[in-house]
Design a protein around this ligand. Structure first.
Ligand code: MUC
Ligand code: MG
Length: 385
């Protein structure tokens, strides 16, 4: 098919060609140390992508990472290099509004590199949406919800600090579900920490846990009944990403639902997990799936298999969060809510008007494109030198 804008009026169409792409690495400090099973961060690193169209309109997107290339294989350095050398050249001159064709061009230029592709596709949705005065969610069929339950992650590893942090979130009616990061310490110490949290917050908060692949099968099997007894309502990625058969075996013995995170990047992996009966719930993330369209594809496979959907994050700023929310707001079902607390854990957000959190919900922005505006001063200030 020729790369023209045949479906749009000629003057508008001419303008929607991708003219320039810029990728900037930023490092934004977090309010406190955030500790996962295999990494710990005191700053979040993103690649902020700007796409300028022929009409002069700019769209923005964000690729998040966590602890360099340790959460997934991409780092901000690899993301910027892949965009500059391979993905940007594949998009320059292409019609921005042909999102599926842009996805095919990117897939032709680079295997995986999903965080990089997700940032670029977000920027395409933003630029075209801003040109046409239409929210990005509209390109995916429009929204079915205008607010989404949002949890907070407790990840300092210090139970006294975590109880205090949860109390503050409850008092301000920001979050009433808390995801506790486990797996960095021994199982006994994690379970003791969880017991302190469960007792302190009993009847006032829900707890879920994320082991980020830290356990083997016997360890998980022994821990699951204790997690159930403590009232934990969801257990995320207890086993290594590759251990789908192990997750399926665990699931036959578990009384707490299991969520796949690192096990599911592609829609094909989602289908494998579904076929194996290896998860009750899946966590969706742009950085895993490679864009808004791909995230919706993974959601469709999950829905078809009766697997619950949870709106995952990688501590994105309001830019990346807005791109996720454009998808989440339109999914037929989002039974497990979302975790886009990222904007609140940064010392400063990267947009002029941060996303709204109120009454334990996050509100997807309603303006054109992603509905957020990059603050150029902050981009300059946090850009890596
Ligand atoms: C993950 O594995 O879920 C999301 C929230 C958080 O604290 O860590 C991330 C990554
Ligand atoms: Mg996770």
């Amino acid at each position: 098919m020729p790369d023209t804008h045949a479906v749009l009026p000629a003057d508008l169409a001419r303008d929607l060609t991708v003219a320039a792409i810029e990728a900037t690495i930023v490092d934004v400090p977090t309010l406190r140390r955030h500790k996962l099973s295999s990494l710990s961060v005191t700053a979040q690193s993103y690649v902020i992508v700007t796409i300028r169209l022929g009409n002069g309109v700019e769209g923005i997107g964000e690729a998040a990472t966590l602890g360099g290339p340790r959460w997934s294989e991409e780092s901000v350095e690899s993301i910027k290099a892949t965009i500059d050398a391979h993905l940007a050249p594949a998009l320059i001159g292409a019609p921005a509004e042909r999102f599926q064709a842009a996805r095919a061009r990117m897939d032709g230029a680079a295997k995986r590199n999903n965080a990089a592709k997700g940032a670029l596709e977000s920027a395409l949705f933003d630029a075209v949406g801003k040109t046409l005065g239409v929210p990005a969610a509209q390109f995916l069929g429009g929204v079915v919800r205008d607010r989404i339950p949002v949890l907070w992650t407790l990840a300092s590893g210090d139970p006294a600090q975590e109880i205090d942090e949860a109390e503050q979130k409850l008092a301000r009616r920001l979050h009433e579900t808390f995801k506790v990061k486990i797996g960095a310490e021994s199982v006994a110490s994690d379970l003791a920490r969880l017991r302190r949290l469960a007792v302190a917050l009993e009847g006032r908060a829900r707890l879920i846990v994320d082991a980020n692949q830290a356990w083997d099968e016997p360890t998980a099997l022994a821990a699951l009944p204790v997690l159930a007894e403590l009232g934990v309502t969801l257990v995320e990625q207890p086993l290594p990403a590759w251990n789908i058969a192990g997750m399926a075996r665990l699931r036959t013995r578990a009384t707490v639902p299991l969520m796949a995170d690192e096990s599911v990047f592609s829609a094909h992996e989602m289908a494998d997990v579904a076929r194996a009966g290896a998860a009750d719930v899946v966590s969706l993330k742009l950085v895993k799936h490679g864009g808004l369209l791909a995230t919706r594809d993974v959601a469709a496979v999950a829905e078809a298999a009766g697997i619950g959907i949870y709106g995952g994050c990688l501590l994105e700023s309001s830019i990346g969060a807005a791109a996720h929310l454009a998808v989440f707001a339109g999914l037929p079902s989002l039974a497990w809510g979302c975790e886009h607390f990222g904007p609140q854990i940064l010392t400063e957000d990267l947009v002029t008007e941060p996303l709204r959190f109120a009454d334990f919900h996050i509100h997807p922005p309603t303006g054109p494109g992603l509905g957020v505006t990059l603050d150029p001063d902050k981009l300059r200030r946090f850009a890596r030198r």
